[in-house]
Design a protein around this ligand. Structure first.
Ligand code: ADP
Ligand code: MG
Length: 484
């Protein structure tokens, strides 16, 4: 039987406000335990929550960025459960009426575009942390994180593979940083995903029973956890069993998911409107103000990169993963004709990104600036240097051999790297190579196409890489055929 995978994601994005969602305590990460926990956060009797305006604005920024409806009136609810790091005995969240409903995110997988619908995005507070290390068999409770504002973004079950789920999570991750509502730091837990996974016979339109894999804090774990879970569910069903709806945890060391608890239903939480908080009202002028403050969105930029510069959809996605990389590209490609812009895109997503990764440097601190890259790429486009030599020039700029926008030209001149474009000089070298390699010439004439590569290689060697391989190829073919 052929199976289809169905995935819906719940993403928790920590909003980058300075203070908590219902108290004035700081949200800074890494402070000594319980130093950023106010009377409200530790639930002293008689304290009252006060809603943080900045957190609401950030939720609305998100809603406006993904074409959602922003509800003019939404409600905070108490979600009741017991856990040692939840001193109130309930989490303040939104249930029936969240601040943001609907909307969608476009993803690109390979070169195909796809729209993932959003169900909702609601505001809620984070819980504290239970610490199990260093306490000799006991548990420590750190309430610094209690009350940190979260935006929970829930998708429809629209994804059909781990690759699509990762593309969606990456698109969201890029977007929340782009609109400056979340720092996206996955190691510190500022952006974490729960993956709901089910399988069904291909062609069926009924959803299968799902499992929810909690707290995936890297894209790689998200992908592996889904892949494992899909295999597990298919095997289970094919062996005559059935999937149990439950919450599971992914163990990266063993690359498997394990049951954590059976799934609660909404009614287990006894949701009810929090009597301590007024309904949240969002006025039209406030909405308009927030809308006016939004930057050009990655989606809009992406479409512009494709239509103006003729980039491939996938490259346009990579070049809009952060405002910094897109600014780099736009500076490099500014006013360039299509082929030069495409070369800029290739160099940024290829050589430059690899180098930045290797050295752990952010693109804003790149040692080859966008205008320097443009200068380099133009010399490739006009045939002055080959791609291979261009990599040496790139290295030389990187290591500071020349400065300024004309750095590439300076290095090409100083090192005498100009490609041999004088066809007379090139023909002479080709003649010498032909004379010295009678056997290969014979092979080529006898129909061995590959023999020509070895001849081209010899010419390139004789010119120390400074010939244009395509031109060498043409001259060689012409001369060999003329001889025959
Ligand atoms: P809960 O709040 O209990 O986790 P929801 O109904 O709000 O449950 O759904 C949570 C997520 O699970 C959503 O992203 C939704 O798209 C996804 N989902 C629901 N049913 C399925 C299913 N059968 N297979 C995969 N994902 C699903
Ligand atoms: Mg859930």
């Amino acid at each position: 039987m052929k199976w289809e995978t169905v995935i819906g994601l719940e993403v928790h994005a920590q909003l980058n406000t300075r203070s908590k969602i219902f108290s004035g305590a700081s949200t800074a990460f890494g402070a000594p335990p319980n130093t950023h926990a106010s009377a409200v956060d530790i639930a002293l009797p008689g304290t009252l929550p006060v809603l943080n305006r900045a957190a609401v604005e950030k939720a609305i920024r998100f809603g406006l960025s993904v074409g959602s409806r922003v509800n003019s009136r939404s409600i905070f609810a108490r979600k009741n459960y017991f856990y040692p790091d939840l001193p109130k005995g309930y989490q303040i969240s939104q249930y029936e009426t969240p601040v943001v409903q609907g909307g969608s995110v476009t993803i690109v997988v390979g070169d195909a575009e796809k729209t993932v619908r959003l169900t909702r995005a609601h505001l809620e507070e984070d819980a504290g942390k239970s610490l199990h290390e260093d306490f000799h068999g006991e548990t420590g409770i750190d309430l610094n994180r209690a009350g940190t504002p979260l935006l929970e973004i829930v998708s429809e079950p629209d994804m059909r593979s781990a690759a699509e789920a990762v593309a969606y999570a990456k698109a969201l991750h890029g977007l929340v940083r782009w609109i400056d509502i979340c720092d996206g730091n996955m190691q510190e837990g500022s952006f974490r995903c729960d993956a709901n996974v089910s399988v069904r016979p291909a062609g069926s339109d009924k959803l299968g029973t799902r499992c929810e894999i909690k707290n995936l804090n890297s894209f790689r774990f998200l992908e592996r956890a889904i892949d494992f879970e899909v295999r597990r569910q298919i095997e289970l069903i094919e062996d005559g069993g059935s999937v149990l709806q439950e919450t599971r945890l992914y163990d990266p060391d063993r690359d498997e998911t394990r049951p954590m608890r059976s799934k609660e239903d909404a009614h287990d939480y006894r949701y009810f409107p929090d009597p301590d908080l007024l309904p949240l009202e969002v006025s039209e002028p406030w909405l308009a103000e927030i809308q006016a403050d939004l930057p050009e969105l990655p989606q809009t930029k992406r479409e512009r990169f494709v239509s103006v510069y003729g980039l491939r959809a996938y490259d346009a996605v990579v070049l809009t993963t952060s405002p910094e990389i897109s600014a780099y590209f736009e500076t490099a490609a500014d006013g360039a004709p299509g082929p030069v812009a495409k070369l800029c895109a290739n160099w940024i997503t290829g050589t430059l990104s690899a180098r930045l990764n290797e050295e752990g440097i952010d693109i804003i601190d790149s040692r080859v600036g966008p205008r320097q890259l443009r200068g380099l790429v133009e010399r490739i486009a006009d045939g002055t240097i080959s791609n291979k030599i261009a990599r040496d020039v790139f290295d030389a700029i990187w290591s500071g051999e020349a400065q300024g926008e004309q750095a590439a030209d300076a290095i090409i001149r100083a090192r005498g790297l100009t490609q041999i474009s004088d066809s007379g000089a090139l023909e002479k070298i080709v003649d010498e190579v032909i004379a010295a390699n009678a056997q290969q010439v014979e092979d080529y004439r006898g129909g061995k196409e590959k023999a020509v590569n070895s001849l081209v290689g010899q010419v390139m060697k004789a010119t120390r890489g400074k010939a244009n391989p395509q031109q060498v190829n043409e001259i060689l073919r012409r001369k060999v055929i003329a001889r025959g």
